[in-house]
Every structure is written in C-alpha cells, then in structure tokens.
Write a protein that binds this ligand. Structure first.
Ligand SMILES: CC(C)(COP(=O)(O)OP(=O)(O)OC[C@H]1O[C@@H](n2cnc3c(N)ncnc32)[C@H](O)[C@@H]1OP(=O)(O)O)[C@@H](O)C(=O)NCCC(=O)NCCS
Length: 187
C-alpha cells in the first residue's frame, strides 16, 4: 500500500533523503508555521521525516511527499496521520503542509481528495477527520472543499499545544467525514 499515487497534476509518494532539505526550508518559513508552534530546526524537521517514514513502515499509510512533475520534485506533504492522542480514541487525520510559493494552485485540495480515497478505499477507514485553529482559514477551506463537516460541539483544546507559549493556538475546530458520506458524494 505504499506505491506512488498520481493525480491530475501531482505525484504522491514515499519520502526520499533529497526531500529533507526543502522540507526543512518550508518548516523554517514563518508564513508556513504561522498557525503551528514555531519554526522548526533542521534536526526537528529531519526527526519528523523519520516519524513519517516509520508510520509508513508500520501502518502502510501516512503523509505523502508531494511532487509536481515538470515543476518541483517536492512541494510539501499531504496525507493521513494518526490522531488517537486527541480524544484518546482511534482517529485518523488528513493533513497538509506546502511550501508557501506553491499555495494558491489547488494542490492541497487535489492531493487531499486522493488521501480520502486512499483512506476509505485502501486502508478501510470508517471516518477521517481534520482539525486546525479557527483562524487558519486556508486550511479550513481545504477541509470544506473536500467535504468535511464541522460540528462546533467537537471543538477542543489541543493536548500538545503549550498554552503558556501559544495560548492563541490551543483551541481547535474539528471537521469529520464518514466513509458512508464520502461514498454518497461519489455515487
Ligand atoms: C493549508 C494550505 C495547505 C492551503 O494551501 P492552499 O494553496 O490555500 O490550498 P489549495 O492547494 O487547496 O489551493 C486553493 C487555492 O488555489 C486556487 N486555485 C488556483 N488554481 C486552482 C486549480 N487549478 N484548482 C483548484 N484551485 C486552484 C483556489 O482558488 C484557492 O485559492 P483561494 O484560497 O485564494 O480561493 C497552506 O496554506 C499551508 O501549507 N499552510 C501552512 C501549513 C498549515 O497551516 N497546515 C495546516 C495545519 S492544520
């Protein structure tokens, strides 16, 4: 379950060592990390890549490295990530992080459609969620475009955000999509 996936404009694939440098660059960009807990060092960025690849090895699904053939081998990631830690129950998140110069082209949405298809059809998930801070409007728009729905009753305080350092990043909105609803929209 880890063969590359292609969409109209994108290649979604496992990570290569060559991705580490551009990934560290985007993780050090304040525009990209505006709603995250600060910019990442090269070491922290590399450790994240190690966790991503470990997730692929153990589960057979995870965050894809995204490339745009003919334009760039690596523009960021989109894919699935375990989020059991949020409520203490099994939960899988669809997430995205792209280099700033590649925003505004619909790449995150295009890749996220593939992540939903992969998660529901190939991994066999019953539900996929996504979450962010309310002020991350771009990310929320991706969630809404791919059909996820927010229930304000699901809003939560992120357990891994430091409330003293980042009080504005604690509260999160949660969007959900069930396999049944996804199938209905693809009938
Ligand atoms: C969240 C993030 C991935 C969204 O990126 P994005 O480029 O806005 O989202 P998409 O790739 O879906 O592109 C949508 C935009 O492309 C435009 N677009 C241009 N050409 C398009 C095309 N051919 N098809 C679809 N959309 C297109 C859309 O109109 C839309 O623009 P708008 O938002 O101004 O209306 C990006 O902002 C990011 O990486 N942020 C930093 C990390 C982050 O916060 N991640 C989420 C943490 S929860």
């Amino acid at each position: 379950m880890s063969e590359p996936v292609t969409s109209d404009r994108l290649t979604l694939r496992r990570w290569r060592d060559a991705d580490r440098e551009p990934f560290a660059a985007l993780n050090a960009d304040a525009a990209v990390t505006e709603f995250l807990q600060g910019q990442m060092s090269r070491e922290a960025s590399d450790a994240f890549v190690d966790r991503i690849e470990a997730q692929w090895e153990t589960a057979g699904w995870g965050l894809w490295a995204v490339g745009v053939p003919g334009l760039s081998d690596f523009i960021g990631y989109v894919g699935l990530w375990p989020a059991d830690y949020v409520f203490g129950t099994p939960m899988v998140e669809v997430g995205w992080r792209l280099a700033h110069q590649h925003w505004g082209n619909g790449y995150a949405t295009e890749a996220a459609w593939e992540a939903l298809r992969f998660g529901f059809e190939e991994v066999g998930l019953e539900e996929i969620v996504s979450f962010t801070v309310p002020q991350n409007v771009r990310s929320r728009r991706v969630m809404e475009r791919i059909g996820l729905v927010r229930d304000p009753a699901d809003d939560f305080d992120h357990p891994r955000v430091d409330p003293r350092a980042y009080p504005q990043l604690v509260r999160h909105v949660l969007y959900r999509l069930s396999r049944t609803a996804w199938r209905g929209s693809h009938a």
